[in-house]
Design a protein around this ligand. Sequence first.
Ligand code: KPL
Length: 335
Amino acid sequence: MQIAVIGGGAMGSLWASLLGLTGVHNLWVVERDFARYSICKERGYLLFHGQKPPPERVQIRMAQDISDLPLAEIGAVILAVKAYQVDDVLGVLLPLLLAGTPVLCLANGAGFGGEGLIAAWQDRADAKNAIAKLGQVFFAVSFQGAYLKNPGEVYLRGAGPIYWGSLPPACGDYLPDGLARERLRDILSVVEGCSYRQDFPVAMWQKLLVNGVINPLSSLWRVANGGLADAQLTEAQRLVKHKLLQEGLAVGFAYGKAVLDNSAFLSADAVERALAETIGATAENYSSMYQDITYGRQTEIDYINGYLIRWGQRLGVSTPCHQEVYQQMKTIFSA
Ligand code: KPL
């Protein structure tokens, strides 16, 4: 099968390499940046697993734009763009895709691919068709650490679990596409550590709360993820870390009650464990937000801490610590 990965950043390069290495599929990567596109087209991709030499080489076909892909032959799409790009890319991509072709969205955070997108599409001539195709969109949360040293040279720094599934439709205008889900299940069955979750919103919230702590704190304190282990922190830093998690959990519980009609959907213990395990497993990795500010890119803070702050305001849960780190990120890094 031909699979297209849209976005040649750290996550996109990692997924293209992992899927390409299975030897089962032909991979395409869409990379808009001409210099990066040319380097990868010439040299292919190299996947480095931790300290384990040598790197594995993967041949991948390159495209510079979605319109350059052989869309009628593409059997699945992995959407590896940033949270703030997802809705725009879906707007272009979905009307072009055949029915039954799944799209797996890997962005961190939440608040894309749903209500906002549908509202933005209402005036389009093809709105009905585009909205119906949202049933082909699935989401994944990945607790892996990935780092792109040079174009096409990707390092897997911490092999955490990957969960995927659906978010409840934001309106009654589309149904999850069962054919697309089964095709994606087949493709992902060969990806190590990847499992389907019927209760995907739980996994999504766990990851959101983990990112809500690791990403801004690693950026503000300029440390790799391992630097956020309790033993590495001062008393004052431990308190900030603790408050971010507790505030995030309070928003999550209120969200469960108000939106999912299930106040017990999140377990504080499970989220605390996920945070400690992610910090341990990706200790060598610099979070994606740290990498974004280092390379002067926009961050996903509006879709992580900003999302928690907005839901907190809607549900009457105060989030002073998230607001503080959000403001610091905006002031110091124009994040
Ligand atoms: O999701 C991540 C990120 O950096 O955005 C983790 C899992 C924290 C890995 O660094």
